[in-house]
Design a protein around this ligand. Structure first.
Ligand SMILES: Nc1nc2c(ncn2[C@@H]2O[C@H](COP(=O)(O)OP(=O)(O)O)[C@@H](O)[C@H]2O)c(=O)[nH]1
Ligand SMILES: [Mg+2]
Ligand SMILES: [Zn+2]
Length: 292
C-alpha cells in the first residue's frame, strides 16, 4: 500500500469517484467499503492499492452540504464545502422574491456566502429603478451583481466574485444560468467529454451529476442541472431565524427565549418591523416559510 494522499472529489460515477490531487491531476477511485460515497467537492484521503487502483479511504468532515429534496421528499446530497452560492434572478421571468428569501435562508444556514446576480439587465428599460428587494438585500450585506451575457455586462465583476473558493449558481428556470455557465466555462463540452472518458462505462453520468470545474479566473464552479435547479427544502422555525440575518441579530432581545416572532409581547423582531428597521416584505417571507 502506498502513502495516503489528499484530494477532492470532482464528480461521482455510481460507486466510483474522480479525485483531483493537489497537483490538479484526476484519478478514478473506488471507495473503501463501509465508507459512505463521496459527493462533489468532498475532501478525501486516498491511496493506490497493490494493483495501482485508487481507493478513497477517508472523507474529511464537511463545512457544509448542498442537499436537494427529490419529488418523493428524500434528501439527496449534491455537493459539499461550498464557499458561496450565487442566486440568479432576472427581469424576466419576473423574480419570485419569496423564493430568493428561501434560497438566502438556506445559504445562511449552510453556512455559505450568498451573492445575488441580477441577470439579463439588458432587458431593463433605460433608467428603470432598482427593484426594491435588491436594495433590501444590499442593505443586509449581500453583494448584488448586475450582469448581461450578450452585452458582456458585469461578467468581470462576476468572475472576480467567483475567483476564490468554490461556487454554485442556482435559480429559477429561464433566468440565464445555462448562458452564464457557458460564458464562464466556454470549453465545458470538451471537459465533460474528458471526464466521461475517465469514468469508463458510467461516463454518461457527468451531465447530470454535480461536477467541479476549475475556472480560468481562479476559484471553481460546481455545475449540473440538479445543482442549478436546487430548491431548498422546508426548515424548522429555529433554522429559519438563523437564515434571516436581520431576525437572527435581534432574536436574542425578545422577552421569551422561544419567541416565534409572530404574536409575542416584547418581541424585538416585531418592534423592529414596526420601527421600519426590518423590511415588512422580508418579515412576511419569514412568516410564510414558517412550518405549519
Ligand atoms: N436578453 C437576455 N437574454 C438572455 C440572457 N441570458 C440568457 N438569456 C436568454 O434567456 C433564456 C433562458 O436562458 P437559459 O440560460 O437557458 O436560462 P436557465 O433556464 O436559467 O438555464 C434563453 O432564451 C436565453 O437566450 C441575457 O443576459 N439577456
Ligand atoms: Mg438551463
Ligand atoms: Zn421575537
Amino acid at each position: 500500500m502506498t502513502q495516503s494522499m489528499a484530494g477532492r472529489v470532482v464528480t461521482r460515477f455510481g460507486s466510483q469517484v474522480l479525485v483531483e490531487d493537489d497537483q490538479g491531476a484526476v484519478h478514478r477511485c473506488t471507495t473503501r467499503r463501509r465508507l459512505e460515497h463521496g459527493v462533489c467537492n468532498d475532501r478525501v484521503q486516498w491511496h493506490r492499492d497493490a494493483q495501482g487502483h485508487g481507493v478513497v479511504t477517508d472523507i474529511l468532515p464537511r463545512t457544509n452540504l448542498l442537499e436537494r429534496v427529490d419529488p418523493r421528499g428524500n434528501h439527496k446530497s449534491v455537493a459539499a464545502n461550498l464557499s458561496q452560492v450565487v442566486v440568479v434572478i432576472a427581469p424576466a421571468p419576473e423574480p419570485n422574491w419569496s423564493l430568493v428569501d428561501r434560497y438566502l435562508a438556506a445559504i445562511e444556514r449552510m453556512p455559505a456566502r450568498g451573492v445575488i446576480l441580477f441577470n439579463k439587465v439588458d432587458l431593463l428599460p433605460m433608467g428603470s429603478p432598482l427593484p426594491s428587494p435588491l436594495t433590501e438585500y444590499r442593505d443586509l450585506g449581500y453583494d448584488v451583481i448586475h450582469a448581461s451575457v450578450p452585452n458582456d455586462r458585469g461578467m468581470d465583476t462576476l468572475r472576480a466574485a467567483l475567483s476564490s473558493g468554490v461556487s454554485v449558481l442556482v435559480g429559477q428556470s429561464g433566468v440565464g444560468k445555462s448562458s452564464l455557465v457557458k460564458a464562464l466555462l466556454p470549453d465545458l463540452e470538451i471537459r465533460i467529454g474528458a471526464l466521461s472518458e475517465m469514468g469508463g462505462e458510467g461516463g454518461r453520468h457527468t451531465t447530470t451529476n454535480a461536477t467541479l470545474y476549475p475556472l480560468e479566473c481562479g476559484g471553481a464552479l460546481i455545475d449540473s442541472p440538479g445543482v442549478r435547479d436546487f430548491t431548498p427544502g422546508p426548515a424548522s422555525r429555529e433554522a429559519l431565524v438563523q437564515g434571516f440575518v436581520e431576525l437572527r441579530e435581534r432574536a436574542g432581545e425578545c422577552r421569551f427565549q422561544d419567541c416565534s416572532h409572530t404574536v409575542e409581547p416584547g418581541c424585538a423582531v416585531i418592534e423592529a418591523v414596526k420601527a421600519g428597521h426590518i423590511s415588512p416584505r422580508r418579515y412576511e417571507s419569514y412568516r410564510n416559510l414558517l412550518p405549519g
